[in-house]
Design a protein around this ligand. Structure first.
Ligand code: IVH
Length: 708
């Protein structure tokens, strides 16, 4: 590419002409990328054009074209792909780690469906492939779209790349008009070893394991690179469909096999938890010789009508579970213990290890949990590791399960150095010097410095910009550390991110002239921040990093309260931990008292509340998406179940009502719209009668929601 003039030297006419050329070049590149042809531009060249376009637009906002490439959706955006919203969300799986949890899984299903212990109930059991999931959309037998899982709701458009994978048919005969096939993209051990050898010879980047290699190969803006990589695909599920594939999971998988997809040969139909566990052992015994990585066995209810009745929790189906393989182990020396201060002030001890390979990954840090764990006690004062403490200099056992942070499991006292001394846990915060207090019943010691503790403030900010939170391109952990200490344009709390451009005078001069930044990266950052000024309610709440309030709970709360103003009002009303608003919060399924207290306290704490309110003044908070409830007579209604239900279990009734947009509460109040009372209903029915709440029986309820 020819060298471009600095943007500050462009005349208006030159800028206009260049924007026109860039729009044409980017449109052409997009067409090549999305069409059947191989892309014409490399990832880096494409990004460079896109960035140049954005930078000129930022310097000459009046010249931005109506067809500006910056605004195009569905096209690969700077340093990324076009986004695709999944018609049917791509969920993850709950986990079982031992046989007991498998028995609990089957028992839970029987209880939910109200099945007798001897009633037949079949499951499929198949390997859990350690790759990355992909959704392939076929319309009238043609592959029209391929999307990664992303956050489950929105993934990346990798259609051109998927077309290069041999296991993925581009045409199907005899398929439903609309068929989304889901499965796992993976790389075999042999292909992974050959790829790394070739990368090494070419002085390129080495991949840590086959899964990273598969992900890195699929997510290439230049599909010709993907084509050169030996990717494979197993089909194991489906999304949107115009007609059912079969009546059972096993039948549907057989149908996908007949359509030309690879399905896993170790898939087996089982009839009890004993059968499932036997097949798990069988697969475990073959694990080393399969030739590709698996990290467990997935069990799924076979009958699809039962899957539909069982439905989903927030992010996982009730009808499936992943039975994971045990962790991998290795021994090494403990060289030191560092204390990290987290966003809630928790002092977390981290083991610094002599690097060791555990299950193919080099590990040099591991968590030591808390001070009791180091001394050899659990949170109730009982012994762990036979009461052995952990000291700097010890020979320790490291274990790693999947992607979780490695842990120190054991210590070998025969190798303990003579001069090793018991570890003394600090009583003050190593970051701000404040006292570090351990409250009664809390396993963790916490710095009481709050937002005056720079470590807490920085960690809160890092969480705020993280991938599942605001996910601001170009503003990651490293940049947060830089901005936090910046004398000119500091970011000390979330709102400061959204005032950054205004503080920089809108002309980007100060940021772009400093080390590590240029006109393009500054313009990109401001554009990325602008893009996030509008944010979903659940995501915003999760981003605040309130203790105990995770992603699932944030989304539950968003769905329950609907919009941000109603939610903050409810938090104010619940501030005394009593009254209707407090009870309403506790009644939400999935919100426990500890979480509720933490949430209400955060909104009642003056400093924290001021910081939240200052932030939301600069944002548009999108109301939470409600379940699809078209035609539902109970959408938005608050219902209460009481007494014995005879046609379905309480759990199923509740899940069904929620899927139809109703709020299910545990207690009757003035806000209750319908009480569904079965035989044996007592005080709730009386209260409903006193309050004049409509009361119906189970049959009337089923008639009301029939056909939905
Ligand atoms: S079924 C509704 N089957 O595991 C859930 N998933 O931990 C549909 N995975 O996101 C998933 N092998 O990427 C299913 N045989 C298998 C699988 C499998 C691997 C992955 C998948 C999923 C993740 C959940």
């Amino acid at each position: 590419m020819t060298k471009k003039k600095p943007i500050s030297e462009l005349t208006e006419a030159e800028a206009r002409a260049e924007l026109e050329t860039l729009a044409a070049a980017l449109t052409k590149a997009n067409q090549a990328y999305h069409g059947a042809d191989a892309p014409e531009l490399s990832d880096a060249d494409y990004d460079a054009l896109k960035q140049r376009n954005l930078a000129i637009e930022s310097a000459f906002p009046a010249l931005k074209r109506a067809d500006s490439p910056s605004d195009q959706v569905g096209a690969p955006v700077t340093s990324g792909f076009g986004k695709i919203t999944h018609v049917v969300p791509m969920l993850s799986l709950g986990n079982a780690f031992d046989d007991e949890e498998v028995s609990q899984f089957t028992a839970r299903i029987r209880a939910f469906l109200s099945l007798a212990p001897d009633a037949p109930l079949a499951f499929t059991a198949e390997p859990k492939i350690d790759g990355l999931s992909l959704s392939l959309r076929y319309e009238n037998g043609k592959l029209v779209q391929a999307a990664t899982r992303g956050d489950g709701a929105t993934g990346e458009n990798v259609t051109a790349n998927a077309r290069t994978i041999d296991d993925i048919p581009t045409e199907l005969t005899g398929a439903p008009d609309v068929l989304e096939v889901r499965g796992e993209v993976y790389m075999s051990h042999a292909d992974f070893a050959a790829l790394n050898a070739a990368q090494e010879a070419a002085g390129g980047k080495l991949f840590a394991n086959p899964r990273n290699a598969a992900a890195g190969s699929l997510r290439q803006l230049d599909a010709s690179i993907t084509k050169a990589r030996p990717l494979r695909f197993f089909a194991y599920a489906w999304g949107d469909l115009s007609a059912p594939l079969a009546e059972t999971q096993s039948g549907a998988i057989a149908r996908l096999g007949a359509l030309g997809f690879q399905t896993n040969p170790l898939t087996k139909l089982c009839h009890s938890s004993r059968d499932l566990i036997a097949h798990y052992r069988d697969i475990e015994a073959q694990r080393a010789t399969l030739g590709y990585d698996i990290d467990g066995v997935v069990y799924k209810v076979d009958a699809l009508d039962l899957q539909a009745r069982l439905g989903f929790r927030a992010t996982t189906p009730r009808w499936a579970i992943a039975h994971k393989f045990p962790a991998e182990l290795a021994w090494t020396w403990l060289e030191g213990i560092d204390i990290q201060v987290g966003r809630t002030g928790a002092l977390s001890p981290v083991a610094r290890l002599q690097p060791v390979t555990v299950g193919g990954v080099v590990v040099s840090n591991a968590t030591l949990h808390n001070e009791d764990y180091i001394t050899g006690r659990d949170s109730k004062g009982g012994e762990i590791r036979g009461g052995k403490d952990i000291r700097i200099g010890d020979w320790v056992q490291v274990y790693r399960a999947g992607d979780v942070i490695p842990k120190i499991a054991d210590v070998d006292l025969t190798k303990r150095p003579k001069d090793a001394v018991p570890y003394v846990f600090p009583a003050t915060c190593p970051e701000c010097g404040s006292e570090a207090v351990r409250e009664e019943g809390d396993a963790v010691r916490r710095c009481i410095g709050g937002l005056i503790c720079p470590a807490q403030a920085i960690e809160k900010l890092k969480h705020f910009v993280s991938r599942k939170a605001f996910d601001i391109e170009g503003l990651g952990a490293k940049q947060i550390e830089m901005f936090y200490d910046d004398a000119d344009l500091p970011i000390k709390q979330p709102v400061d991110i959204f005032t950054l451009a205004a503080r920089d005078g809108g002309n980007l001069n100060r940021l772009k002239n400093r080390k590590g930044w240029g006109a393009q990266s500054a313009a990109n950052l401001f554009a990325a921040i602008e893009e996030r000024r509008s944010i979903g309610f659940g995501r915003l709440l999760f981003s605040l990093g309130i203790r105990h309030v995770g992603e699932v709970a944030s989304n539950l709360l968003a769905r329950h309260y609907g919009d941000w103003a109603a939610f903050t009002q409810a938090m104010d009303d619940a501030a005394g931990f009593e009254g209707a608003a407090w009870q309403d919060l506790l009644d939400i399924d999935g919100i426990g008292e500890v979480m509720a207290r933490s949430l209400v306290s955060a909104f009642a704490a003056p400093r924290e509340r001021a910081s939240i309110d200052a932030l939301t003044e600069h944002l548009t908070v999108e109301a939470a998406a409600q379940p699809k409830t078209e035609g539902s007579p109970v959408a938005g209604k608050t219902v209460v179940f009481t007494g014995t239900l005879e046609k379905m279990t309480r759990a199923e009734a509740k899940a069904r009502a929620e899927a139809l947009g109703a709020k299910v509460s545990g207690s009757v109040s003035g806000k209750t719209d319908i009480l569904i009372a079965g035989p044996g209903a007592g005080s709730k029915a009386k209260k409903a009668a006193d309050l004049g709440v409509k009361t119906i029986d189970e049959d009337a309820w089923l008639a009301l929601i029939e056909g939905l």
